[in-house]
Design a protein around this ligand. Structure first.
Ligand SMILES: Nc1ncnc2c1ncn2[C@@H]1O[C@H](COP(=O)(O)OP(=O)(O)O)[C@@H](O)[C@H]1O
Ligand SMILES: O=C(CO)[C@H](O)[C@H](O)COP(=O)(O)O
Length: 548
């Protein structure tokens, strides 16, 4: 019987499941929303139970659509945002919320409550920090764990397990406590190279010696490569919930952006066969954006997370730059514009999503995706609403918008939208330039994530960076990356490397266009730099003034 593989992706806003055949062809997908609590003070929380139930519903819906026998599933893999899950010793949720609600047991990656703790950790200048670009981010797990210890001691002490969300999902599916090299290397300061492991001096220095004393029992004692077959496969309970046979192989997980990277960068390019992953950047743009480079030797790029050994492609190093708010910044710009109500109603009447509606109008009016950027000639956006991840590693950066007028119509909203995309593209270009300055050079960038479907986004990114921007052949590279984990766990392929070559391929490409657009973007980037200086200068000017 031909085998199929399931990938489950937990993004910030929803869970999705995809069923793929052994060649990587997508047979069916389904999506389910997840709950999220936002509170003042950069608090963003979720519920691991809600997320697991949403995963189960997505898998069952995708299987119903694929209309294949559950017994034909040869393996399943999971990816998720890098959020922190807290459970008691019996595996029940423990609150991370000052509300005390047990169901709120996930500190979401974008929650910046631990900015002060990140600063304290950075002040130690511990050698481990070299492997996160020289500066830990409040989006990583150690600052969050330190926050819990300092501010919610009861939960910190009562916890039996601290998981990255992707590892929680495999634990929930199989009962196995192994963690993936991807999660712990990229988010937990674990060193996967040269027998590094957990660093006891680091934990002692940052005030988390608890983990050393308890021999890392709550954060993971066994670290395995993504795709490693876990436990005895699906437990009886998980099998019932997912509607799959007990014992279905489950592979160790990846973080969501990294699943997108695996699903995107290793594909065949036409007849040219498998390619050099070192020449290919992955840009995964959803709520946030991650720009990832793969190298044979470690490259230290200040302000860019990594280098992480086996953080994404096994036995390669990973540099991971990023933008904390990407799609989230665009969503926010659109929602806060006075034309939002009118534009949403017009989009609905055409049966389109708001962004698709705007894009069609913009591209038609401008006479192409490349020239659409000209609409943003006089509006400029530094879209860093929740800080700069890379290359400045400054979580206190905030957005700046210049060139607003009193226009409230849809055309004004379009200008702001395009200006926001240009701002994101200039942020991306800064990361790519930081890569290049430290020896990480690539000629092609492969895009995944929700925003990659947009021809406007791809063209602006190509024109701004000067790189060829390619899509993977599959329209769901993140789900494919997760399904590849299932294929490796199920024994269809021997390694992630082989799986990438067999299950994926490159698709459509956008080339950088006319030199006049390059000149336009170069000029507009100068304004972008002014906005960055304005943000820095205004924060510096107000630093000595007490908060109201
Ligand atoms: N054309 C576009 N331009 C910019 N952002 C877009 C575009 N299309 C979708 N997005 C953004 O992508 C995000 C959704 O992507 P997705 O990968 O599904 O998110 P996540 O996995 O983070 O939940 C939303 O913030 C949405 O606004
Ligand atoms: O930090 C990340 C990866 O290292 C991701 O950006 C984070 O997990 C959120 O992902 P998404 O934007 O797809 O919801």
């Amino acid at each position: 019987m031909p085998r199929a593989y399931i990938g489950v992706d937990v993004g910030t806003t929803s869970t999705r499941a995809g069923v793929f055949d052994e060649a990587g062809t997508l047979l069916a997908t389904a999506r389910h929303p997840i709950r999220i609590w936002h509170e003042a003070g950069d608090i963003v929380e979720q519920s691991s139970e809600d997320i697991w139930q949403a995963c189960a519903k997505s898998v069952r819906a995708a299987m119903a659509e694929a209309a294949i026998a559950p017994g034909s599933i040869g393996g399943i893999g999971f990816d998720a945002t890098c959020s922190l899950v807290v459970l008691d010793p019996q595996g029940e949720p423990l609150t991370v919320s000052t509300s005390g609600e047990a169901q709120r047991n996930v500190i979401v990656w974008m929650d910046h409550r631990a900015t002060a703790e990140a600063r304290l950790i950075n002040e130690t200048e511990d050698a481990v920090l070299r492997y996160v670009g020289g500066s830990i981010s409040p989006e990583m797990e150690m600052p969050k764990l330190l926050w819990l210890k300092r501010h919610l001691r009861a939960s910190f002490d009562a916890a039996g397990h601290f998981f990255d969300l992707a590892d929680y999902l495999t634990w929930r599916a199989t009962g196995a406590l192994q963690r993936s090299t991807c999660t712990v290397t990229c988010k937990w300061n674990y060193l996967a190279h040269d027998g590094g492991g957990w660093s006891a001096p680091f934990f002692k220095r940052i005030g988390l010696s608890d983990f050393v004393a308890e021999k890392y029992a709550r954060i993971g004692t066994e670290i395995v490569a993504p795709g490693t077959r876990l436990g005895e496969g699906l437990t009886p309970a998980a099998a019932v919930e997912l509607g799959l046979p007990q014992g279905t192989p489950v592979g160790a997980s990846l973080i969501d952006a990294h699943a997108g990277g695996i699903g995107a960068i290793g594909g065949r390019d036409g007849a040219g066969g498998p390619s050099d992953v070192g020449d290919r950047l992955a840009y995964i743009m959803g709520t946030s954006a991650c720009i990832m480079a793969t190298t044979k030797e470690p490259c230290f790029v200040p302000g860019v997370w990594g280098p992480y050994y086996s953080g994404m492609v096994p036995e390669f190093w990973l540099n991971e730059g990023g933008q904390s708010a990407a799609g989230a910044a665009i969503d926010h710009l659109l929602k806060s514009h006075p034309g939002h109500g009118e534009a949403s109603a017009a989009a609905r009447s055409e049966g389109l999503d708001l962004i698709d509606f705007l894009e069609r109008r913009i591209i038609a009016r401008a006479g192409g995706a490349s020239r659409a950027a000209l609409l943003a000639r006089d509006v400029h956006v530094l879209p860093e609403f929740i800080g700069n991840r890379s290359p400045y590693a400054d979580p206190d950066t905030r957005a700046v918008i210049a060139g607003l007028d009193l226009d409230t119509d849809i055309a004004a909203m379009e200008r702001l939208f395009v200006a926001g995309l240009c701002g994101l593209a200039y942020g991306l270009a800064e990361v790519i330039e930081a890569f290049a300055a430290h020896g990480v050079r690539s000629s092609i960038m492969i895009m995944g994530g929700g925003a990659s479907r947009s021809p406007l986004v791809r063209q602006i990114m190509a024109d701004t960076t000067g790189l060829t921007v390619a899509l993977p052949q599959t329209k769901e590279p993140v789900l494919l990356g997760a399904a590849m984990l299932g294929a490796v766990a199920g024994g269809a392929y021997a390694s992630i490397g082989e799986t990438m070559a067999k299950m994926s391929a490159l698709g459509r490409k956008s080339e950088p266009t006319a030199p006049d657009m390059a000149a336009f973007h170069a000029r507009k980037r100068e304004v972008y730099k002014l906005l960055r200086e304005l943000d820095r200068g205004s924060r510096a000017a107000m630093r000595s003034v007490a908060r109201g």
